[in-house]
Design a protein around this ligand. Structure first.
Ligand code: AGP
Length: 588
C-alpha cells in the first residue's frame, strides 16, 4: 500500500516529509520520491529501494517550505525511478495511493491528443489529465473536479500545480487521506503515524472531497466544489504509539501491548460484568456471514465457533475476495459482519458494499477509527488496539478475537458469561513472559512446518501458520488434525516440525491420536495444550493456562505469535516489513 506525506508551512518541508514517510514504511513499499518547490520551480527526486536511498539524495536543509512525498508499492509497472511517484506532466505534479481502473482508456485518448507518457503506471494519467483539462478550465479546483469525474477506481491524491506555488491540493476516493494542522503549517498524509511527531489534530478527508491547503489555511470542498466545514479529530494515542518504545521491532512491541489491548477492548464494552451502552443491541438474526481477509478471516473462524456454540446461530465464514463475486444467500434475517484491522482492505470494503446494495444489515469490526469500512457499515464496533505498525497483525488479532467473543455473549443473551473474562489478563501476561526461543531454534532450520488442530484450535492453527509464513518465509500449512491422514501425512518425514494446538476437551483424545500418527512418522512435535500430560508423543510441550472454553482462543494465539517472531528473528527476516507484503491491501 502506498504512502503519502505533504507539507506546507513556515518550517522547512523536507525533514517533515521524509520523517513522515518513514512512519509509513510499515505499509510496504519498493521506491520513494519527493517533489518540492525551490526558486519558483517544482523539483523532483525519486529513488528505488528504501527511504534512506532518497534521504542520501536530498539536501534536508534546502530552503523549501512546500512539498509532497510518496512511498510506492508497485501495482502497475516494475519498481523503477521512472515509475516512482511523484509523477509530473506539464504544470501538474501528483502522488497517488490506489488504482485507476480505467487508466488505459484515458491514456489512449490523451496520446491521441499528443500527450507523451514516460512511465508504465496507471498514476501518470492523473497529472496528464489535470494538465490537459487545465488548459481549458484555467481554474485549478475546477480542473481537479473535472479530472476526478473521469477517474474510475481508488485514489488518495497530493497535487501541486506550478501556477500556484503556495498550495497543496488533495482529494480522496476509496483510499484514506488525512489533513493535519500544526502551529506552523499543515500536512496531508495517508495515516496518522506520519504526523504524530508534530501534531495530533487532524481532519479525515471524506469520500469525494477536495482540499486546498496553504501554510495557514485549509479549505475543504465537496465534489461540487461547495465549501464544507470538516470535522476535526484529536488522535487519542500518543507519539509512542508510532515509536518503538525500546523494543527491537514493532511486532514484539505490539504483542507485548496485548494485555493492555485486551483490557481496553473489554472495558470499553463491559463494566461490572454488564454490557455498557457502547455494545450494540442486535435483532434476532437467523444467520450470520463473517467476511474478511487474511488473519481477520481466521478471527472470523474463531467467531463462527463461538457464536454457533453460545448463541446457537449458524455462521458462514467467507474470504472477502470470493464473497464479493459469488452468489450469496442472505435476507433480512442475515447479519453480514466485516472484520478488518485497517478498515481499508479493498476486497472487504467491496464485500461490504455488495451486502449493503442487497439491503443486508452489516456490522464492521475495525481497529482504525473513521476508516472506510467503519464509516460505510450500518453498525460499527471498534476494537481498542491502537495503531498497529507491524505488517503482521498481532494485538489487533487478539483484540478482534476478544470483541468477537463479547459479540457471541451478546448474541447469546447470557450476560452472566461476562464473568468468564474476569482476570484473563493474568493469563495473557503469563504467556507474554514465557520464553519461546527453544521452540524457534528447532523450527527456523526447516522450510516446511505443519500446524494441526480441531474445531476452534484449527482456526488458531490457520493464524499460527500465516504468522510463520509472513514473518519467516517458512512454507507452512494448517490442517484439521483429522484430515492429515487423508493425503498430506505423506509429506511428514524425519524431523518435520508439527505444531499441534489442543485446548478443547471435546476432541482432546482424538487430537492426541492424530499427533501420534505424525509422531509414528518421526515428526518433531511441539504440543501446545492447557493440560499437562507426560508422554512420548511430543518432543516439546507448551502448557497454557486452562481457562473457560469461551475465552480460551483469546490467549491461545500468543505462543503462536511469539514463536513466529523468534523464528523470523533467527532467520534474519525483515520482521516488521516482510517482503512483498503491505499492511493494508487497498487494491484487489
Ligand atoms: C495479517 O498478519 C496480514 N498482514 C494480513 O493477512 C491481514 O490480516 C489482511 O490483509 C487483512 O487486513 P485487514 O484486517 O486490515 O483487513
Amino acid at each position: 500500500m502506498c504512502g503519502i506525506v505533504g507539507y506546507v508551512g513556515k518550517e522547512k518541508a523536507l525533514p517533515r516529509i521524509l520523517s513522515g514517510l518513514k512512519f509509513l514504511e510499515y505499509r510496504g513499499y519498493d521506491s520513494a520520491g519527493v517533489a518540492y518547490i525551490l526558486n519558483e520551480k517544482v523539483n523532483i527526486t525519486k529513488r528505488v529501494g528504501r527511504i534512506k536511498e532518497l534521504e542520501s539524495s536530498v539536501d534536508y536543509n534546502l530552503d523549501t517550505y512546500i512539498g509532497i512525498g510518496h512511498t510506492r508499492w508497485a501495482t502497475h509497472g516494475v519498481p523503477s525511478e521512472i515509475n516512482s511517484h511523484p509523477h509530473q506532466v506539464g504544470k501538474f505534479t501528483v502522488v497517488h495511493n490506489g488504482i485507476i481502473e480505467n487508466y488505459l482508456e484515458i491514456k489512449e485518448k490523451l496520446i491521441k491528443e499528443g500527450v507523451n507518457f514516460i512511465s508504465e503506471t496507471d498514476t501518470e494519467v492523473i497529472p496528464a489529465l489535470l494538465d490537459y483539462n487545465y488548459k481549458k478550465e484555467k481554474d485549478i479546483l475546477k480542473t481537479i473536479k473535472k479530472t476526478l469525474s473521469s477517474l474510475e477506481g481508488s485514489y488518495a491524491l497530493g497535487i501541486i500545480c506550478s501556477d500556484d506555488l503556495d498550495n497543496i491540493y488533495a482529494a480522496r476516493c476509496g483510499s484514506p487521506l488525512i489533513i493535519a494542522k500544526e502551529d506552523n503549517g499543515n500536512f496531508i498524509a495517508s495515516d496518522v503515524p506520519a504526523i504524530l511527531s508534530y501534531t495530533n489534530k487532524y481532519i479525515l478527508l471524506e469520500e469525494g472531497e477536495i482540499a486546498k491547503i496553504s501554510k495557514d489555511n485549509i479549505s475543504v470542498y465537496d465534489n461540487e466544489l461547495n465549501k464544507i466545514i470538516p470535522k476535526e479529530n484529536i488522535f487519542e494515542g500518543t507519539e509512542d504509539a508510532a515509536m518503538l518504545n525500546g523494543y527491537e521491532h514493532y511486532m514484539l512491541k505490539e504483542i507485548h501491548e496485548e494485555e493492555k489491548v485486551y483490557l481496553d477492548t473489554l472495558n470499553y464494552y463491559v463494566e461490572n460484568n454488564k454490557f455498557k451502552n457502547t455494545m450494540l443491541e442486535f435483532k434476532d438474526y437467523k444467520h450470520i456471514h463473517i467476511v474478511a481477509c487474511g488473519s481477520a478471516y481466521y478471527v472470523g473462524n474463531i467467531g463462527k465457533s463461538l457464536i454457533e456454540e453460545y448463541a446457537n446461530i449458524p455462521v458462514d465464514v467467507e474470504v472477502a475476495s470470493e464473497y464479493r463475486y459469488k452468489k450469496n444467500f442472505y435476507d433480512k434475517d442475515t447479519l453480514v459482519i466485516i472484520i478488518s484491522q485497517s478498515g481499508e482492505t479493498a476486497d472487504s470494503l467491496a464485500a461490504l458494499r455488495k451486502a449493503k446494495e442487497d439491503g443486508i444489515d452489516t456490522l464492521a469490526i475495525v481497529n482504525v477509527f473513521g476508516s472506510s469500512i467503519a464509516r460505510e457499515a450500518l453498525y460499527t464496533l471498534y476494537v481498542k488496539a491502537g495503531p498497529e505498525i507491524a505488517v503482521a497483525t498481532t494485538k489487533a488479532f487478539l483484540a478482534q478475537t476478544t470483541l468477537l467473543t463479547l459479540l457471541a455473549v451478546r448474541l447469546s443473551k447470557k450476560e452472566e458469561l461476562l464473568k468468564e473474562f474476569v482476570g484473563l489478563e493474568k493469563s495473557i501476561n503469563e504467556l507474554l513472559n514465557k520464553d519461546y526461543l527453544e521452540y524457534a531454534k528447532y523450527i527456523y532450520k526447516h522450510n516446511d512446518t505443519f500446524f494441526i488442530g480441531r474445531l476452534v484450535d484449527y482456526a488458531l492453527c490457520l493464524e499460527g501458520s500465516l504468522k510463520l509464513k509472513e514473518t519467516s518465509y517458512i512454507n507452512s500449512v494448517a490442517f484439521q488434525a483429522g484430515e492429515l491422514k487423508h493425503g498430506t501425512i505423506s509429506l511428514i518425514t524425519d524431523g518435520t516440525p508439527v505444531i499441534s494446538i489442543c485446548t478443547d476437551d471435546l476432541v482432546r483424545s482424538k487430537t492426541i491420536s492424530n499427533i501420534k500418527e505424525v509422531k509414528a512418522r518421526n515428526a518433531y512435535v511441539i504440543f501446545i495444550t492447557n493440560e499437562f500430560i507426560e508422554s512420548d508423543f511430543y518432543d516439546k510441550i507448551i502448557v497454557i493456562p486452562k481457562v473457560s472454553k469461551l475465552v480460551s482462543p483469546i490467549i491461545s494465539v500468543i505462543p503462536l505469535q511469539l514463536i513466529s517472531y523468534e523464528v523470523a528473528k533467527l532467520r534474519g527476516c525483515d520482521i516488521d516489513k516482510p517482503r512483498n507484503l503491505a499492511k493494508s491491501v487497498t487494491v484487489e
